[in-house]
Design a protein around this ligand. Sequence first.
Ligand code: ADP
Ligand code: MG
Length: 449
Amino acid sequence: MGTGASVSREEVNHLPQYTILGGDAKFDELKNEEGKVSLEKVEDPYLKFGGTYAGDIKDTSDFKYVSYSTLPAFTDKHKSLMAKVLTQEVFDKLKDLKSSKGYTLSNAIMTGVVTPHLGVGCTAGDEECWDIFKDLYYPIIKGWHGYDAYTQKHPVDLDPSKLRFTDEQRETFNKYVVSTRIRAARNISGFALPAGATAEERSGVEAVLKQAFSGLGGELAGTYYELGGLTEEQTKFLLERGFLFQIPTSRNLLTGAGAARSWPNNRGIFHNDAQTALCWVNEEDHCRIISMELGGDIPSVFTRFCALSNALKASAEANNTKLMWNETLGFLGTCPSNLGTGLRASVMVCLPQFNKLMEGDNHEDKELLEHVCSAYDLQPRGSAGEHSAAVGAKFDVSNKQRLGFSEVELVQKMIDGVSKVIKLEKMLEAGATPAEIRAILEAEKNGTA
Ligand code: ADP
Ligand code: MG
């Protein structure tokens, strides 16, 4: 197909990137009377900022990797830490390096180049990448976590008996917290990560995990569902309850990184009978483990989380493999934002007073919850996940850090921080003004509270 050639739908709809280029809808918009589209009219968003399709051994019928022989042309729309860290010097140093499984710098940066709005903007394709491309990753890790991977060591602590949860906190959480969820990423050593995996590796990961799930007993015993085998009804049921991962779109990290290749093959979800222990398979990581239940009993959710984590580790070892982990970066995975514990402990908490301020017109008051959370190293999200609205004044509040603190420390920080957020909510309820709340935060920061 030379430039200017006109093509029919049948000639192109099987090609990689057809969907990303707009699929049938875009084709209909551009087609002439003969039902053909002139290729000149189609701009490939994947090549907008440089690079070519040089042919990558990981290319599939639904995705082609872009290869960069020169520094991508970043614009002011490129928000990611990757775009900031990838200077000409770093690019030149890393551009010809490759992991033994064949993951390149081009592969690592592609999602951040083609999806400019991402915050991190890079991925790892296997565990070796974390060392080979550290000139790129370590400054990004520093920017995201404030953690110096050149000098610091990451602690692990999965002992739930160390959590402090007072009777007073339990009472408050029972009243304000609707549900609790703790999740983390776990990857199997020896297999490429989703952005770099071959179909065989993806299937190998699924086999190891299925074996692990079949060995889960007691409260953790349950069933594995292949994503491709779920009915529309089952999918809807799982999505509505926040049990299932989102289906990749052209705008998220997964697609641009090549991690959604051959979707939905070898992806799936495991859950126990009570739907309180869940595992996602081959989405952004080999496995995401999730412990969740109604109410605010944090020690119960964390205890189950630790049991799930230990069971997975034991099963990986019984299969003559192990989890990806090192003492510098903790649990390794696809995205620099999920290293370390990879843990996000969240409560769905009712905060009608903060919500009312958010619906008002005063800019400073609108940001009060964000401000309060950030003072306690917490992150607020809406009730349907990142960037969603808080329906019924329900917020998802979780720990912000993942690396440099142990699991116990992070869950403890969440418990203590959320206790303080609820205390401030109660003060607002009793008539305190937003200015008074800000003054309290300021005094705490200065150690004069
Ligand atoms: P993550 O990156 O941790 O998976 P997301 O923001 O993508 O989190 O949310 C995933 C899903 O989990 C969403 O449907 C969200 O509403 C749900 N969720 C998060 N925290 C809780 C919680 N404490 N209770 C119930 N559902 C939750
Ligand atoms: Mg998410």
